[in-house]
Design a protein around this ligand. Structure first.
Ligand SMILES: Nc1ncnc2c1ncn2[C@@H]1O[C@H](COP(=O)(O)OP(=O)(O)OP(=O)(O)O)[C@@H](O)[C@H]1O
Ligand SMILES: [Mg+2]
Length: 461
C-alpha cells in the first residue's frame, strides 16, 4: 500500500487535537466537579448553621413543634433539601427513616459525599452537627441533606458538551490539516510534474529550484545534479555512437567498393583471391574495432580484473616486447626497461599485456626509426606505475588531457598517411580501462622532446 503524506499529516493532526482536548477536558471537568462540591457544602453549611443556632435555644416539647413547622416549610416540595433531627427522646425528633440516616452518617464525621437513602432513588449529600442539651431537651444531632442529582446532571451535560466539542474540534483540525497538507505539498506536486515532463530530448532542462521551500530545493538541486551527470553521459554516448558509425563507415565503404569493382567484369580465380585478401584486412579492422568497443563497454559497466596474481612487472613487460621483435627489427628501434625493475604488482596478465602493447605500439609508431624507447617502472605509495617514453614531436597540453578519450587523435590525417597501420583512437582508451580495472590511473606528459604515456596498477589487496 502506498502511504500518503497528506493522509499521515491529517491523522497526526487529528490525534494531536484529540489528545489536547482530552487533557484539557479532563482538567476542566475536575475543576468543575470540585467547584460544584464546594458549592453544595457551602449551601448545606449555611442552612445547618442557622438551624443549629436556632434549635440550640429551644428546650421544651411545645416549642419543638415550631421547629417541626419551620423545617416543614424549609423543605421544598420536590424534596431536594431534607432535614433530620436525631435524638434519644422521641419528642425531640424530626424526619423520616431516622434509624437508617443515623447508621449512614454516623461514621462520616460530619459530612458525607453521597448516600442513597432506603426507599429513595436520589443520592443525598449530608452535613451534620451536634447540638448540646438545653432545658428538657437532650443533646440532638441535626442533619441537613441536599439532593446531588442536579449537580450530577450539570456535570453530565458538561461532559457531553466536552466530548461533542472535542470530536468536533478533531474533525475541524483534521479538515484543516488536510488543507494545510495540500497547500504545503503543492510545491512537491509541481516538482514531480516538472520531473515527469523530462525527456531525453529535454535533458538540458533543469528543475526550477528558485520558488521552492528550502527542504525541497535541496532535493531539486540533487535531482538537477543527477540530470547534469546524465546529460553528460548521454552526450558522450551520443557522440560515441556517432564516432563508432564514422569509424565503421570507411572500412565498410572500402569493402563494398572493392567487391563491386571485382564483380563488375569477368575475373580469374587469382584476381578474386587478391580482392578477398584485401577485403580480409578491412574485415579484420572492423572486427578489432568491435572487439575494442565491447571491451570498453564491459569496463564501463564496472567490470574489474578478477584473475589478479602477484607478478614481477618487468617479466610481463619483457614478454610483451617479445611480440614486437619483428617490428622493432624493422624499425631498428630499441626498448629498455628502467627504474624499479624488481617491482611486483597484482595483475591480470592478459589485460596488462593488452595495455602494454597498446603503449608500445604507439611509441613505435610515433618515433623515428632507430629511436630509443624506455619502459620505466616506478613504485609509488599504493601503486606501481608503468610508463613508456619515446622521443617525438611535442604534444600540445590541450591535446594531452584528451588522448585517453575514445576516438581522440591529435591529427587523424597524419596517421592515415603514415604506413600500414591506421589507428582508430581506441588504444589509449583501453589502457585507461585496464588501469581502472586494476584500481589505477593514467598519465601523459610531453617534455623536452620526449613523450611519455603511463598507467598505474593499485598495490592494495
Ligand atoms: N607515443 C606517442 N607519441 C605521440 N602521440 C601519441 C603517442 N601515443 C598516442 N599518441 C596520440 O594519441 C592518439 C590516441 O592514441 P590511441 O592509441 O588511443 O589511438 P591510435 O593509436 O590512433 O589508434 P589505435 O591505438 O586504436 O590503433 C594517437 O592518435 C596519437 O595522436
Ligand atoms: Mg594506438
Amino acid at each position: 500500500m502506498k502511504r500518503s503524506i497528506t493522509a499521515r499529516l491529517v491523522l497526526m493532526f487529528a490525534a494531536a487535537a484529540l489528545a489536547t482536548f482530552t487533557l484539557a477536558g479532563f482538567a476542566l471537568h475536575n475543576v468543575l466537579a470540585r467547584e460544584l462540591e464546594r458549592h453544595q457544602y457551602e449551601e448545606l453549611d449555611t442552612t445547618l448553621k442557622s438551624l443549629q443556632f436556632w434549635i440550640g435555644a429551644i428546650g421544651s416539647p411545645d416549642r419543638w413543634s415550631r421547629v417541626q413547622a419551620r423545617m416543614d416549610t424549609l423543605t421544598p416540595e420536590d424534596g431536594s433539601v431534607r432535614f433530620w433531627v436525631l435524638s434519644d427522646d422521641p419528642r425531640f425528633q424530626y424526619g423520616k427513616g431516622l434509624a437508617e440516616i443515623d447508621g449512614l452518617t454516623r461514621e462520616a464525621n460530619g459530612h458525607t459525599s453521597a448516600i442513597v437513602l432506603p426507599g429513595e432513588e436520589k443520592p443525598f449529600r449530608t452535613l451534620s452537627a451536634h447540638i448540646g442539651a438545653f432545658e428538657q431537651r437532650p443533646a440532638v444531632r441535626l442533619i441537613v441533606g441536599r439532593n446531588t442529582e442536579p449537580y450530577a446532571r450539570t456535570r453530565h451535560t458538561f461532559l457531553t458538551a466536552l466530548v461533542a466539542l472535542g470530536l468536533g474540534a478533531m474533525l475541524a483540525v483534521a479538515f484543516m490539516g488536510y488543507w494545510i497538507a495540500r497547500v504545503g505539498l503543492r510545491p512537491l506536486e509541481r516538482l514531480s510534474a516538472e520531473a515527469q515532463a523530462l525527456r531525453p530530448k529535454t535533458l538540458s532542462q533543469r528543475l526550477r529550484a528558485q520558488p521552492l521551500p528550502v527542504e525541497l530545493s535541496a532535493l531539486a538541486e540533487a535531482f538537477n545534479g543527477a540530470l547534469a551527470r546524465l546529460e553528460e553521459a548521454y552526450g558522450q554516448l551520443e557522440s560515441f555512437n556517432a564516432d563508432v558509425a564514422h569509424e565503421l563507415r570507411t572500412p565498410l565503404a572500402n569493402l563494398i567498393g572493392s567487391t563491386q569493382v571485382a564483380l563488375s567484369r569477368q575475373r580469374s580465380a587469382e584476381e578474386f583471391e587478391e580482392v578477398l585478401q584485401a577485403n580480409l584486412e578491412d574485415l579484420e579492422r572492423v572486427r578489432s574495432i568491435v572487439n575494442d568497443m565491447l571491451f570498453l563497454a564491459r569496463a564501463d559497466r564496472g567490470e574489474v580484473a578478477t584473475g589478479l596474481v602477484l607478478t614481477p612487472v618487468a617479466q610481463e613487460v619483457r614478454k610483451t616486447i617479445e611480440f614486437f621483435e619483428f617490428v622493432l627489427d624493422e624499425t631498428r628501434a630499441q626498448v629498455a626497461i628502467e627504474g624499479d625493475v624488481l617491482a611486483e604488482a597484482r595483475l591480470e596478465s592478459a589485460l596488462f599485456r593488452r595495455a602494454m602493447s597498446n603503449l608500445l605500439q604507439n611509441a613505435i609508431e610515433h618515433s623515428k626509426p632507430g629511436a630509443q624507447i624506455a619502459v620505466t617502472l616506478r613504485e609509488a605509495p599504493g601503486a606501481t606505475w608503468i610508463s613508456v617514453s619515446n622521443p617525438g614531436e611535442p604534444i600540445d597540453a590541450q591535446h594531452l588531457q584528451h588522448l585517453f578519450d575514445r576516438f581522440y587523435r591529435v591529427d587523424a590525417a597524419r596517421n592515415d598517411g603514415g604506413g600500414e597501420h591506421h589507428g582508430h583512437g581506441l588504444g589509449l582508451a583501453i589502457v585507461k580501462a585496464v588501469a581502472r580495472m586494476h584500481g589505477g590511473q593514467v598519465a601523459a606528459s610531453s617534455e623536452g622532446g620526449v613523450n611519455t604515456f603511463g598507467f598505474s596498477v593499485s598495490r592494495g589487496t
